[in-house]
Design a binder for this molecule. Structure first.
Ligand code: UN1
Length: 494
């Protein structure tokens, strides 16, 4: 069954003014069209931003606890439709059904957390230096926000942005990935049904270079939040820099799992399997480097390769499948080209490395789970984000070398160390350059109540989730109330 996706502008579901549509195929069976969505242009974006601008004055006056109640209701609606949306997600972007359920669950968790903040969007009160004077700070909304989201977490990532934006009193225009418009529409429908007024949430489908670029640069937009590739993020950052526009960028990763000589090897193998091949490696938190202490390198690798060989590759709707297809033919070819590069640079292909295209794989974008050993820190396979089921193992001979290899990357999202030595664990927490560090757990699977984001080339210093996300979706106002009845001069009258 093909889903016909429409744009949502000012409370009305409508086609693009261009009349153009894009069809999205099931990555496990490319002959099946999952969704048809508008390819919108700058005029559609303009209409949506105007709706968001018009709806803003009334929405920001709705008491935050009431905005929170609507978000809680959206979370409830999502939980009643979890299975239906998860199935659509697996069909539209491929991830295994259990992971698709997890994606929807992450949005439900976010709704619960954010809804409560409607009653707790606090500021501070501080003593003033002058008598009979009161000082406080308040959070205020930023204004209409432009949100550009990726296909790999097609419900969870929009929820990280839209729920906090709304609870703070902002209105939004969402431009979801052209690969997952139907998932985005399901999420937005839950908001509409929860009673969010017309114009407060708008969605415009289309391509990044057309609809996305128009949204980011539109004069009505006050803040832009983007999750996706480093190339696109940097362009968005440049545009917003020129326009003095608030911008939150969440981009690539080259996350590593360190395994020290004292680690529980079976546990570390489990972690690496999940971290590297969960979501077919298409998470920005995916484990794409393994940093192994020389004394356990061979023992680890032999256990690891045994387990990788047993991974079942197939259609994510089959509950027995561990590794689903890549999202698109383009992504599959990109992964294949990285395998070639790694081989040319002298990495040893220990397992996998090929496109799967025969039998049950004939119509899908499947790729073998792939393991490289003998990788050095200068190879491109150790430095560039692949976003696929490929892991590169680097051998080190000490903890200090492990940390140094770990940090020798332009990125800094997630990191992991397997060790039973508490001193090393705490030193790693301090010294690994990353926004997230796991001890004895894989690099993927962040929970929504802690800040999410990275250092160095991964982002531009903002965080999503947790309590930190409100720094992005609000502006601070400082307020001074002088109840002395006379002019008092700060810094002068003592
Ligand atoms: C992403 O890949 O962009 O921590 C997000 C995780 C998930 C979110 C990943 N909760 O792996």
């Amino acid at each position: 069954m093909t889903v016909n996706v429409l744009n949502l502008i000012n409370g009305t579901w409508c086609a693009s003014r261009t009349g153009r549509t894009l069809s999205r195929e099931n990555p496990a069976r490319a002959t099946e069209v999952v969704s048809l969505a508008p390819i919108s242009d700058a005029s559609d974006i303009d209409a949506a931003v105007k709706a968001a601008v018009a709806a803003y004055p009334a929405w920001k006056l709705v008491p935050a606890p009431r905005r929170g109640l609507m978000i809680a209701e959206a979370g409830r609606i999502l939980s009643t439709r979890k299975e239906e949306i998860a199935t659509l997600m697996t069909r539209e972007m491929g991830k295994p059904i259990a992971e698709a359920r997890g994606d929807v669950q992450e949005a439900i968790d976010t709704a619960l957390l954010v809804a409560a903040q409607g009653r707790f969007l606090g500021g501070e009160t501080v003593p003033c230096e002058l008598p009979n004077k009161f000082g406080m700070s308040l959070r205020q909304p930023v204004g209409p926000c432009g949100l550009v989201t990726p296909w790999n977490f097609p419900v969870a990532i929009p929820s990280w942005k839209i729920f906090p934006a709304l609870v703070c009193g902002n209105t939004v225009v969402l431009k979801p990935s052209e690969l997952t418009p139907a998932c985005a529409a399901e999420f937005v429908k839950a908001l509409v049904e929860a009673g969010i007024p017309s114009g407060v949430v708008n969605m415009v489908c289309g391509l990044g270079e057309e609809a996305g670029a128009a949204l980011v640069a539109h004069p009505g937009i006050r803040a832009v939040s983007f999750t996706g590739s480093t190339t696109t993020g940097s362009l968005i950052g440049e545009t917003c820099g020129r326009l003095n526009r608030k911008v939150s960028l969440e981009m690539g990763g080259k996350n590593a799992q360190i395994v020290m000589e004292d680690a529980d090897l079976d546990l570390a193998v489990e972690g690496a399997l999940w971290g590297a091949f969960g979501t077919t490696g298409q998470r920005c938190t995916a484990t794409s480097r393994l940093i192994l202490h020389a004394s356990i390198h061979d023992a680890f690798m032999s256990k690891f390769l045994d387990r990788v060989k047993k991974l079942v590759v197939g259609d994510g709707l089959d509950a027995n499948v561990h590794v689903a297809p890549l999202v698109s033919a383009e992504q599959r070819d990109r992964v294949a080209s990285y395998v070639e590069i790694a081989v040319k640079e002298g990495a040893k292909l220990a397992l996998g490395g090929h496109v799967l295209s025969s039998g049950a794989y004939a119509n899908g974008y499947f790729f073998e789970p792939t393991v490289f050993t003998g990788v050095t820190r200068t190879m491109r396979i150790a430095r560039e984000e692949v976003f696929g089921p490929v892991i590169a193992a680097i051998k080190v001979s000490s903890f200090d070398e492990a940390v140094s290899v770990h940090n020798d990357t332009d990125f800094g999202l997630s990191s992991s160390i397997y060790t039973r030595d508490v001193n090393r664990a705490f030193t790693a927490i301090r010294d690994l350059e990353a926004g997230i560090t796991y001890v004895n757990g894989p690099t993927i699977g962040a929970e929504v109540q802690l800040p999410f984001g990275g250092v160095k080339g991964t982002g531009n210093g903002h965080r999503e989730a947790g309590m930190q996300v409100y720094e992005f979706y609000t502006e601070w106002k400082s307020v001074y109330i002088d109840h002395s009845g006379r002019l008092q001069r700060a810094q002068i009258d003592t």
